[in-house]
Design a protein. Structure first.
Lengths: 483, 105
């Protein structure tokens, strides 16, 4: 199949899978599994092709931009497609296990909606990975938001509805802010492309990039615009939280990376916007780490960890704009975090299910010690903290080197503090596993389900070991020029 | 100020008013309406900036901002519908997730 065919498959397969699963709910899991395999295959093929030689852009329907939609997959886009496929497949498998509570605990949306919403979310993310124009990015982000809100509502928790609405409103406010920025951008440059080449010699008003970034920061939950995240990610069922923290908050970050792409990025001309982003990111790292170390609930530890790690990404954005190596490192960090965070949420979910409660302080006192679940959490924690050989280690090393080279000592200090903070909150949970106990089976009535622990441990191990291939992967994640 | 300049200014005012209300208000309906006002302001800015920009060969205004607004309207209506369709039968405004409810993984 031509690259255009594979791009179409990567986007359409999840959407079609969702539709078929909705029409045929009895076989939803099978349909989901087939669709996931096809979409993952398409992503892998595109990765192999995009990393071998640049792929030509595809104009949907043959209509040229700006009224038509142009799809293009480069090295970074292909890598994002593969990570989306891996995380979405793993979390979908976890969500569809018979003992998983997703869609089965009296939420607003029942079991029938789970696979279709997964397909919608995946399709939206895949479309974002293939798009290079600002307005198409806006539309795909909104699609992802709707699907994510639907998934949060598949949970019966009382707090889920409130947090779903808060998330929807905050995310849409951010998207409208972004849209206003796109409007100013188009008025100044006459194009929707994400390229600094479009900026006229007289320059543009900083309002356009500032509004776009503000909207994206709100969608990413960077401090102080983070209020909606802990409740939304903490109250959803674990596989859903894994998708939310793993992929959904990565989507605006991916877009932010595209905007900050070195010479050709829009943000290269507005250092003030980059500086503000970094400061807010730094605040997020510190605040998120402290809250993760203090919060009594396990899922909230992981949710606050997301805030801290998103903060690291925002903090490192000026570094990425300054050098291609740092750009690739930040991209690698973001992709690896998506996988590590998803694995961590799945592990936390399994832990919760087996231990029976959510309180970190009492985990050590519990007589139940599910080894696989703790192991999965630990390996995911290794990948998150950035211990070798995980990708985060290679990425942070490069970012620190770049920060030192640029004399950005504040960034160095916060990066170091953030890494220490992540170690604190990961070990806070693992501490419970180290206390002596006898091997006690889970409480009566809890179905033993090895898959719910095997899935996260596989994802986490894969992520941690992927760092060994950093040298081969990083050159493909660089910023590419305008289409 | 020209007519389109007035529209742009009004659009910005609406945007800011809506943005403030989304975060300041506590009732669901008010926040959704605020989101719509915010969106309306953004659309007004887009269209009026488009009217001031370069025109097509036959004198019609640039169709791209109008296409953006049409799509934006669809997105806005869909999201408002989703936000309003969620029933409000849970606890009081601002309650965090229940710390003592049995978790379920």
């Amino acid at each position: 199949m031509s690259p255009a065919g594979w791009i179409a498959t990567a986007i359409l397969a999840p959407l079609v899978t969702g539709t078929v699963a909705f029409a045929w709910p009895r076989r939803a899991t099978l349909v989901g599994a087939i669709g996931a395999s096809v979409a993952t295959l398409a992503a892998l093929v595109l990765l192999a092709e995009a990393w071998a030689s640049p792929l030509p852009p595809v104009d949907v329907g043959g209509w040229p931009p700006p009224l038509g939609i142009r799809l293009e997959v480069d090295g970074l886009g292909a890598a994002f497609l593969v990570v989306i496929a891996l995380v979405a497949t793993t979390t979908l498998l976890a969500a569809r296990r018979p003992s998983s509570p997703v869609g089965r605990e009296g939420g607003l949306l029942g079991e029938r909606a789970v696979v279709p919403l997964w397909g919608l979310l995946w399709g939206g993310l895949a479309a974002l990975a293939c798009t290079r124009d600002l307005f198409n990015a806006y539309v795909t982000l909104e699609l992802v938001t709707v699907a994510a809100v639907g998934l949060i509502l598949s949970d019966g928790d009382r707090g889920a509805r409130r947090s779903a609405v808060d998330y929807l409103l905050a995310s849409t406010a951010g998207a409208t802010c972004f849209l206003l920025g796109v409007g100013f951008w188009y008025a100044d440059t006459g194009t929707l492309a994400m390229s600094a080449a479009a900026i006229p010699p007289a320059g543009i008003a900083p309002a356009a990039p500032a509004l776009m970034v503000a909207g994206l920061l709100l969608k990413m939950a960077v401090v102080p615009l983070h209020g909606w995240l802990p409740a939304a990610h903490g109250s959803a069922p674990a596989p859903v939280s894994a998708m939310l923290s793993g992929l959904v908050v990565k989507a605006p970050m991916y877009l932010l990376l595209r905007l900050a792409a070195g010479e050709t990025g829009i943000l290269a001309r507005t250092p003030a916007v980059l500086a503000v982003t970094a400061v807010l990111g730094g605040a997020a790292v510190l605040w998120g780490s402290v809250q993760a170390a203090r919060t009594p609930r396990l899922k909230l530890v992981v949710a606050y960890s997301t805030i801290a790690q998103i903060g690291v990404m925002a903090l490192a954005l000026p570094l990425a704009a300054a050098s291609a190596d740092a750009f690739a490192a930040l991209a690698w960090f973001a992709l690896a975090h998506a996988m590590a965070k998803a694995a961590m949420f799945l592990a936390a979910g399994d832990l919760l299910r087996l231990v029976g409660h959510d309180r970190v302080a009492e985990l050590a006192a519990s007589r139940v010690r599910p080894a696989l679940a703790y192991g999965a959490f630990g390996v995911a924690g290794v990948a998150l903290i950035g211990l070798p050989p995980s990708p985060a280690f290679a990425a942070k090393w490069t970012l620190l080197a770049e920060a030192v080279a640029l004399d950005a000592w504040g960034t160095v200090a916060v990066l170091a503090a953030g890494t220490l903070g992540s170690a604190v909150y990961v070990f806070r949970v693992l501490d419970a596993a180290m206390a002596a106990s006898e091997d006690v089976p889970p409480r009566a009535g809890t179905p033993a389900d090895r898959w719910l622990a095997l899935l996260p441990i596989t994802l986490a191990l894969g992520t941690a070991l992927a760092g060994l291939a950093s040298g081969a992967i990083l050159p493909h994640l660089g910023p590419t020029g305008p289409p | 100020m020209s007519a389109t300049g007035l529209y742009t200014a009004c659009g910005l005012v609406l945007f800011v008013l809506g943005l403030h209300a989304v975060f300041a208000r506590r009732d669901r309906m008010g926040r959704v309406l605020a989101l719509n006002v915010m969106g309306g302001g953004a659309f007004l800015v887009l269209v009026s900036l488009g009217a001031r920009g370069p025109r097509l060969a036959d004198g019609r205004p640039d169709p791209v901002p109008q296409a953006l607004v049409l799509t934006g309207l669809v997105v806005s209506v869909s999201l408002s519908a989703v936000a309003l369709a969620i029933p409000e039968r849970d606890g009081a405004a601002g309650t965090p997730p229940d710390d003592h409810a049995p978790p379920h993984g």
